[in-house]
Design a protein around this ligand. Sequence first.
Ligand code: G1P
Length: 290
Amino acid sequence: MSKVRKAVIPAAGYGTRFLPISKAVPKEMLPLVDKPVIQYVVEEAVASGITDILIVISRSKRAIEEHFHPAFDLETELEAKGRADDLAQLRQMQSMARIHFIWQPKMGGLGDAILYARDHVGDEPFAVLLGDTVVTTEDSSRPVTRQLADVVEKHGGSAVALQEVPLEKVSRYGILGGTEIAPGLIRADQFIEKPKPEATPSRLAVSARYVLSPAIFAHLEKTPKGKGGELQLTDAMASLMQEEALHGLRYEGQRHDIGNKLDFIKANVHFGLQHPEIGAALREHLAQLH
Ligand code: G1P
């Protein structure tokens, strides 16, 4: 079974849950303390053994490209000012992985965004990390993308990260049904995008991370538009599941979906409290709030 070396990060969506800021500022570029959200996502991919990343962008998302490209004028300035630490940090960020960009010209859904990665990915399994969601695990040396890659490298097929959600929230997620074959590992037999609570196969929701078989592309091509009139990755995966194994992995950890306002603020508090420079002062400030 080939190693998972490539990742696709879809980051083309409008971000309508976060207007007006998301009109001209990509939601993926919003800061969690001092780093944009997408940098945490790229760091997770790199810590999972990924060496090649394709980011799918669209109009008004060019700041993402600038963030990962070298800025020689800025480097010269930092050098001249003796800011060695800042310079080292920038250079490290720019050389973490080979990062490429592709445009999704029209919003056609997550499945459509992934189809744009077809030529780049070729014929090997690849990771998909949603660019607006940071996922942290108890053991930071085992990011969830690494755990999914291990499942696919062992069992073949595809794998998705799962978290249990309350019944009233199943209609916001892709929901997977199946049989638990090892603790936390589910062999899927149903996969439904945003089911109604009365028709859901379970409360196990797909949580922004996937490792997919390259066979997904052929299924995306023949999958009709689904929920919201968009090409849904979930629908194509349900079709692929008839031919190849799909596993779901329940992981211990936290999902920070920064595409909505409340979770964005909560995520900033979470990462702020852990930040070496501001953590202690923030804790003190929060304790004083009523
Ligand atoms: C997408 C997927 C859905 C998944 C969710 C969170 O939905 O279509 O299956 O559960 O991300 O990872 P969206 O949040 O874009 O509506």
